[in-house]
Design a protein around this ligand. Structure first.
Ligand code: URA
Length: 445
């Protein structure tokens, strides 16, 4: 597995010797790790980099694609050579490459957590569970730690083409990879259990073959006992449509940070498949004002932060005009995953449906329950649908105070993206109204 600690040592030595990225040739000799061509003596840790870079690097380094180490070093170099805010530039090709790779690795981990299927093998000591799984990236070690924590009393083995992980109920060990045919095939009770489970959680109201393929990628089907059910369940779906409520399971009353962590694994609706990552709210835990948008856009989806793209620029300007400091405000969205339609290489924003708003509402509710803000401003109709209801009409109720259990005051205003969309003649009026609504919110704080 690529080793971040080792890469850091090497990158630090290169940086200390002022060797520019263009002069470094990174080589990746298989599982042995990664080395740059001429090893240098270890250098003292002089470079200070943002924790965000280290988090990104921690995930991106597990990506199987070529060039990650070079990109990481280029970003590190730029961060320490006059571009300390580089990571804020989501459109920068290096930042984008790293963010995308980190997100793909995270998704691969989620898939491993969800789709490893153990088969029971009896040995001298009793039941031993064995699974064969082919992850897309170098995630075996990290994925295995999840299973150790999840099944601490079980003995299990996960075989993958690259590495194998073994847990004996006490310690986790790793060994060489194994081809598929070495894993137990065939039927057993667990397989039936998975099939029954899958059939019972299958939601015919949301039967969407394309989304199902994204959520449970075709390359994994041969490994999944329940995949044999998909055809039949899809065929029967129209007849089985029933009103069902998608609900993420939120455990306890977690802090905002813990909520964000839980939300990363949310699969309550199908948007989790195509989106890069969950974009959770951000801002101080003692914020008295909360702004709720619709859903992350393209740039937010890549960066994992709300309102940092074009709509964010409009919002920042309106906040400044209204005398509000964004750093003191909690900014979030009614829907936490980006809904879009792929068109060639572009991803076109698609408004979330009432179904998606309902699926995500528990997250928004939990954020508001933690924050207990004094004022909430819904930016646009989707946020208003989530917190006010379907009878809300922007043309009639914009800027009016509305009763809510979430805060002493709640009002709704234009979405900043709507300001970007309206024709030039109407734009000044929209801008003035958003500014006035935010100023009203400020006066209520
Ligand atoms: N639009 C939104 O509603 N939210 C974002 O985070 C970005 C754009």
């Amino acid at each position: 597995m690529p080793d971040l600690a080792r890469w850091r040592d090497e990158a630090r030595a290169l940086l200390a010797a002022e060797i520019a990225p263009a002069d470094v040739a990174w080589t990746a000799p298989g599982a042995a790790g990664v080395l740059f061509e001429t090893p240098l003596a270890a250098a003292p840790a002089t470079a200070r980099v943002p924790a965000r870079f280290l988090r990104l690097a921690d995930d991106a380094i597990l990506h199987r694609g070529a060039g990650t180490h070079a990109t990481l070093y280029r970003v590190l170099w730029r961060l320490s050579h006059g571009e300390p805010a580089l990571l804020d530039d989501a459109a920068d090709p290096d930042v984008r490459a790293l963010t995308t790779r980190a997100a793909q690795v995270t998704r691969d981990l989620h898939q491993m957590h969800a789709f490893v299927r153990f088969r029971v093998v009896a040995d001298d000591e009793g039941d031993h569970r064995v699974a064969w799984y082919a992850p897309a990236h170098h995630i075996v070690e990290r994925g295995a730690a999840f299973f150790r924590d999840r099944f601490p009393a079980m003995r299990w083995t996960i075989l993958t083409p690259e590495r194998s992980a073994h847990y004996d109920g006490h310690a986790l060990r790793f060994g060489p990879g194994a081809p598929r045919h070495t894993a137990p095939q065939g039927e057993d009770d667990l397989e039936d259990l998975w099939r029954t489970y899958y059939a019972s959680i299958f939601n015919p109201a949301r039967a969407n073959p394309r989304a199902m393929r994204q959520h449970m990628p075709r390359r994994l089907w041969p490994q999944l006992p329940e995949a044999t059910e998909i055809g039949g369940l899809l065929a029967a779906a129209p007849a089985r449509v029933v009103a069902m409520d998608p609900r993420p399971a939120i455990t306890g009353a977690p802090s905002l940070a813990a909520l964000g962590e839980q939300a990363r694994a949310c699969t309550a609706c199908e948007l989790c498949g195509p989106a890069t990552q969950v974009v959770f709210g951000e801002g101080p835990a003692d914020a008295r004002l909360v702004l709720v948008g619709e859903q992350p856009g393209d740039q937010e989806d890549l960066a994992g932060r709300p309102f940092i793209g074009p709509a964010g620029e409009v919002l920042d300007a309106a906040l400044a005009d209204a005398g509000l400091d964004r750093a003191a405000i909690y900014v979030t969205n009614a829907v936490k995953h980006f809904r879009f339609e792929p068109r060639g290489k572009r991803r076109i924003h698609k408004r979330p449906s009432a179904y998606h708003v309902r699926a995500c509402k528990p997250w928004l509710g939990a954020e508001l329950a933690q924050l207990q803000p004094r004022v909430i401003v819904c930016l646009g109709a989707t946020a208003a649908l989530s917190l006010i209801g379907s009878r809300f009409r922007m043309t009639e109720q914009r800027g009016q105070r509305i009763e809510t259990p979430w805060a002493a005051h709640l009002l709704a205003s234009h979405h900043p993206a709507a300001i970007l969309r309206v024709d030039a003649a109407a734009r000044p009026r929209y801008e003035a109204e958003l500014r006035a609504d935010l100023a009203l919110a400020r006066s209520l704080l």
